[in-house]
Design a protein around this ligand. Structure first.
Ligand SMILES: NC(=O)c1ccc[n+]([C@@H]2O[C@H](COP(=O)([O-])OP(=O)(O)OC[C@H]3O[C@@H](n4cnc5c(N)ncnc54)[C@H](OP(=O)(O)O)[C@@H]3O)[C@@H](O)[C@H]2O)c1
Length: 197
């Protein structure tokens, strides 16, 4: 799969290195691609933001939620019709996801927002991966599933247009991990007899 990731910070690095190591073609999009070493020998490349937006099959947003409006203003035409996975969270804002900042034409998916990056970097607990609940258009479900699995998490599909539900899971994670002080190595797992669903 050809994957563009906007951002070169903590989450972008965790996701992009894992996906490149898993054999995917990963392009990080940066405002200063010559700086830093987010790829870290994983085989991913670091390029411009437009290069990541046109990388191929899917674009992952791993930048501050408040910056998505700027991204859309600068590069909206490149986002039109693209499968966009929104991993951003606006902590403390009335709406955590960035869907309203994106062009209506994107195929909007929500994933990678309900766990801390520490879990995404080491997703296995007691021999089994943590669950990543995600939302996507039905037709794009297989692509996002492959993306989630490529990071080493177990994908759990909750349907199309379920970003508000996933925002609630983000708030649950923050409450348990941060507010209650249980620690950031905290994840959720669905106990379901039918793991193929
Ligand atoms: N940290 C977590 O555990 C976690 C978990 C799930 C989701 N998230 C969400 O993931 C997103 C990234 O979090 P993070 O912890 O990785 O933050 P981070 O380490 O601060 O990285 C943010 C990245 O966004 C880039 N960026 C900022 N404004 C940009 C713009 N206008 N255009 C292009 N790139 C821009 C920054 O690049 P520059 O160097 O150019 O500024 C940087 O590479 C946030 O929305 C966060 O809420 C975080």
């Amino acid at each position: 799969m050809e994957i563009g990731i906007v951002g070169t910070g903590f989450i972008a690095g965790v996701l992009g290195r894992a996906l490149a190591t898993a054999g995917h073609d990963v392009t990080f999009g940066s405002r200063h691609p010559e700086e830093g070493d987010v790829a870290g020998g994983s085989g991913a490349r670091v390029a411009s933001v437009p290069a990541a937006l046109t990388a191929g099959d899917v674009v992952v947003l791993a930048l501050p939620g408040a910056a998505v409006a700027d991204l859309a203003a600068a590069h909206g035409e490149l986002l039109a019709g693209a499968l966009v996975v929104d991993a951003t969270n606006r902590m403390g804002a009335p709406v955590a996801n960035a869907r309203a900042s994106l062009p209506d034409t994107v195929r909007y998916a929500r994933a990678f927002n309900t766990l801390g990056g520490e879990v995404m970097a080491r997703p296995v607990f007691e021999g089994r991966p943590a669950d990543m609940f995600f939302s996507a258009p039905e037709a794009d479900r297989p692509t996002v599933e492959a993306l989630v699995a490529g990071v080493g998490l177990r994908p759990v599909y909750v349907g199309p247009d379920q970003e508000e539900l996933l925002d609630c899971l983000f708030r649950l994670w923050v409450t348990l991990a941060v507010s209650q002080g249980r620690g950031r190595r905290l994840a959720l797992r669905l106990l379901d007899g039918d793991t193929d669903r």
